[in-house]
Design a protein. Structure first.
Length: 277
């Protein structure tokens, strides 16, 4: 690899590789040490093609979810089965892994900008701004969808179809349009325990000794020609276990705790808005 070789987004691969190595070493014990990441289905990763793969997942923190995926994907490609033991798998990481993230999140400080260099495809959310839903939805930026197309052509893309860390919010139809248009292999992932382990951003640890789960499922069976957008949305909701029917099997105590955290976040946003004024 030449020192100045770049990916399609202009990032120097030599710098990106060292960022992955350093950030990986700094975060490894968050998933194997302070907490324990229980992985299922990592053998699926090994059999995937090098490009045009779309990972869909539920979302619990801004950054810890994505960091865990970089660990699990690279460990699996290095021959580990359902394990991230020995961080040496990051010495030669897969360089064409990207993830979709909100532009406002990735521009909020130095650390998010460093994370962005590792592989963020930043998009402007049409329905949300500064942590709250907006009544007037903005038009989709065509450059955003074009960048996702470029990333799929170059490698693997991680996306969180709900566009929020809140549970059981609707899956955005934009994800279904991407699937139907670009026809990637769609691999669902279901995560849990991250919300209890980390703060909302996924940068600060809240509790230790939490069992985190990371389940990789078989690729979705999608009829790209005949499935409608709504049908694809429903398949995605079921695959990442965010369809409303899953609400029936969640303990009332957990739902109450999630609502309490949501109220706290809304209060924090309102407080920040008042302080800005």
């Amino acid at each position: 690899m030449g020192l100045l070789k770049r990916n399609p987004f202009g990032h120097i691969l030599f710098i990106k590789k060292w960022l992955i190595r350093i950030l990986g070493c700094l975060t490894h014990r968050r998933y194997r040490g302070f907490n324990e990441l229980q992985i299922e289905g990592s053998e699926i990763i090994k059999d995937l093609p090098d490009t045009n793969v779309l990972f869909i997942s539920n979302h619990q923190t801004y950054f810890a979810d994505v960091v865990a995926m970089f660990h699990v994907f690279n460990a699996s490609l290095s021959g580990r089965t359902d394990s991230i033991k020995n961080v040496g798998y990051l010495w030669q990481p897969k360089m064409n892994i990207y993830y979709v993230a909100a532009k406002e999140t990735m521009q909020a400080g130095l650390l998010p900008r460093i994370f962005a260099y590792v592989g963020a495809i930043t998009v402007e959310r049409t329905w949300r701004a500064k942590g709250v839903d907006v009544t007037e939805k903005r038009e989709v930026n065509p450059n955003d969808t074009e960048n996702i197309k470029i990333a799929l052509a170059d490698g693997w893309v991680i996306t969180f179809p709900q566009g929020t860390t809140k549970s059981f919010k609707p899956v955005r139809k934009g994800t279904a349009h991407i699937i139907k248009e670009h026809r990637p292999i769609v691999v669902p992932i279901v995560i849990d325990g991250f919300r209890r382990s980390f703060d909302k951003k996924g940068l600060r640890m809240k509790k230790k000794g939490i069992l985190q789960s990371f389940i990789i499922k078989e690729p979705l069976d999608i009829d790209y020609e005949n499935d409608t957008i709504d049908e694809i949305v429903e398949k995605v909701e079921y695959a990442i276990e965010q369809h409303p029917s899953f609400l029936k099997v969640i303990p009332a105590e957990e739902l109450a705790e999630q609502e309490r955290l949501n109220q706290l976040r809304r209060w924090q946003v309102e407080k920040e808005s008042i302080e800005e004024v």
